[in-house]
Design a protein around this ligand. Structure first.
Ligand SMILES: Nc1ncnc2c1ncn2[C@@H]1O[C@H](COP(=O)(O)OP(=O)(O)O)[C@@H](O)[C@H]1O
Ligand SMILES: [Mg+2]
Length: 298
């Protein structure tokens, strides 16, 4: 069974999508079958993997996560499954002359409306929110189980904030990765995000899977004192009696190569051409994630 990695943070612009794209490609370059699920209505991961033409085709055919949820929840089509919407061999990146084995379950801007529509319907029909949270949890759990049979890793790119879908993915993931810029404001929000995962109304529900302690990944690191100091504080978290998170040792630097790699949407580079001097860092990240998921570290 493959492993599910949810990439999430309350904050936007911290490198969630950059992490999903880089990590998916590094894992795939090392030979793993990877599925990327985009849960962000901004569809950034979708456009990075699919490019303009394929993404347009997926959206027009209703083969996106919002298309899936609309059919399953609003049209009550119980036959619809993730694999109807998953686009295989979607990557335009190669490694040693082979196309990277990456599949995509894309999203579109309509996803924003799907969650709003769910809440309207709940209100109109007087349905208990708990019933709905359970239903969504079971629905996604069932589909992820199928996806895990066909892929070594399932990476979920979450939108900023905690939507019902994000909360569900966090609960069902084997690993929750929280990309964080090592500065004061980002780490202030980080403590709130990590503790929110484990408290609050939904967290009290024993019928749902419990979220695991998240792993923070420092991103967009610059050689400035503020970042150096904050990284030290993050490293000290493990010395606390009850740490709220683990820390990934690999650090993702702020590099022009990363920003421009994300823009290589409709070109066909190799993995090392695409990521240039950061390819090695992504390989380190991929190795460390494998060690966390399969090795002695927990
Ligand atoms: N390590 C990095 N170095 C340079 N630019 C980065 C890096 N990570 C992300 N970016 C840029 O920062 C912006 C936000 O990154 P993104 O991954 O979209 O964040 P999020 O998904 O958390 O909103 C994008 O324009 C992206 O190109
Ligand atoms: Mg994003």
């Amino acid at each position: 069974m493959g492993k599910v990695i949810a990439v999430a943070n309350m904050k936007g612009g911290v490198g969630k999508t950059a992490t999903v794209v880089g990590l998916a490609e590094a894992l795939a370059a090392q030979g793993a079958e990877v599925l990327v699920i985009d849960l962000d209505p901004q569809a950034n991961a979708s456009i990075c993997f699919a490019g303009n033409d394929i993404l347009k085709e997926l959206i027009e055919g209703g083969n996106t996560i919002d298309g899936y949820l609309t059919d399953r929840i609003f049209k009550r089509d119980d036959t619809k499954v993730f694999s109807d919407c998953i686009r295989t061999h979607v990557s335009n990146v190669s490694h040693l002359d082979n196309q990277l084995p990456i599949s995509l379950l894309a999203s579109s801007s309509e996803l924003r409306l799907v969650e709003r529509e769910m809440l309207y319907r709940l209100n109109r029909t007087g349905t208990d929110i708990d019933y709905f949270v359970d239903k969504l949890h079971d629905l996604i759990k069932d589909q992820l189980k199928q996806a895990r049979k066909a892929h070594d890793y399932v990476l979920i790119d979450c939108p900023p904030g905690i939507s019902l879908l994000t909360e569900t993915s966090i609960r069902l993931a084997n690993l929750v990765l929280v990309p964080t810029i090592p500065d004061f404001l980002s780490t202030y929000g980080l403590q709130t995000f990590c503790s929110n995962m484990r408290t609050g109304e939904i967290a009290k529900r024993t019928t749902l899977d419990k979220p695991k302690k998240p792993y923070v990944l420092v991103t967009r690191v610059r050689p400035i004192n503020e970042h150096k100091h904050t990284i030290e504080l993050l490293q000290n978290e493990r010395l606390k009696g009850k740490p709220t998170f683990h820390l990934i040792e690999t650090q993702i630097p702020e590099r022009a190569a990363i920003a421009s790699a994300l823009g290589k949407v409709d070109s066909w580079p190799s993995f090392t051409q695409k990521w240039k001097d950061t390819a090695g860092i992504l390989e380190n990240l991929s190795n460390e994630i494998k060690e966390v998921l399969h090795g002695a570290r927990s």
